[in-house]
Structure formats: C-alpha cells, structure tokens
Design a protein around this ligand. Structure first.
Ligand SMILES: [Zn+2]
Length: 112
C-alpha cells in the first residue's frame, strides 16, 4: 500500500495529519477503525488526498467535475422547487414493512 500511487514511507501519516486526521471532504470519517483510502486523479494518477469510501464514491459519481459540486451548492442554497412550488413540507409517513430478520417493523418514509 505504501508504494501504491508513489507514496513514500511516512507520506500517508503526513497527509493524514495535514488533513486533520479525517476525510478531506466530509471531515466525519477519521480512519481510526479502517484506514482512509488514498484518492488519486484518474488522469494523472497523482495522489490528491485521503477520503472515506462514500466521499471517494461521490467524486466518482461526479466524474471529478468541479461544476457538479457548484451545481450541488446552487441546488442546496436555492432549490428549484422554491421558485416553482408553494412552500411544501414533506410529511414523514409511518409505513409498516416486513423485513426478513426483524419481522414487521415500522419505518419513516418521505411522503410524496
Ligand atoms: Zn468522507
């Protein structure tokens, strides 16, 4: 693992410390129970940093396109429904579901 992506001995630890001992994006995953994966640029193969699995997957989903995240920020700050719909609150709905392990259980689902 140390030599993968050209990391020298100690590089992982230095990067980990520089990132504040957590995932560079969500800052929630600490890598204490499982090391944070080394993220790299798929075009240049250069190491970018340490990310948790979900954040790494998110970059994959975004295809490393910064515009993806600008659109996401715009969406969160100014949701399109705000301009189109009257204020609508999604009411949680209590639904009964059967689960193989737990039998019947009640879960909250978003209403439509
Ligand atoms: Zn993360």
């Amino acid at each position: 693992m140390i030599r993968r992506y050209g990391l020298e001995p100690g590089d992982y630890r230095r990067l980990y410390e520089a990132q504040g001992r957590c995932c560079a994006i969500c800052r929630r995953a600490t890598g204490k129970s499982r090391r944070l994966p080394v993220d790299h640029d798929h075009k240049t193969l250069l190491v970018r940093g340490l990310l948790c699995g979900p954040c790494n997957d998110m970059l994959g989903h975004a295809r490393d396109d910064p515009q993806f995240f600008i659109r996401a920020i715009t969406y969160l700050v100014n949701p399109p429904a705000r301009a189109v719909l009257r204020p609508t609150v999604v009411t949680p709905v209590l639904a009964a579901v059967d689960t193989p392990d737990l039998g019947s259980a009640a879960i909250l689902t978003g209403g439509d």
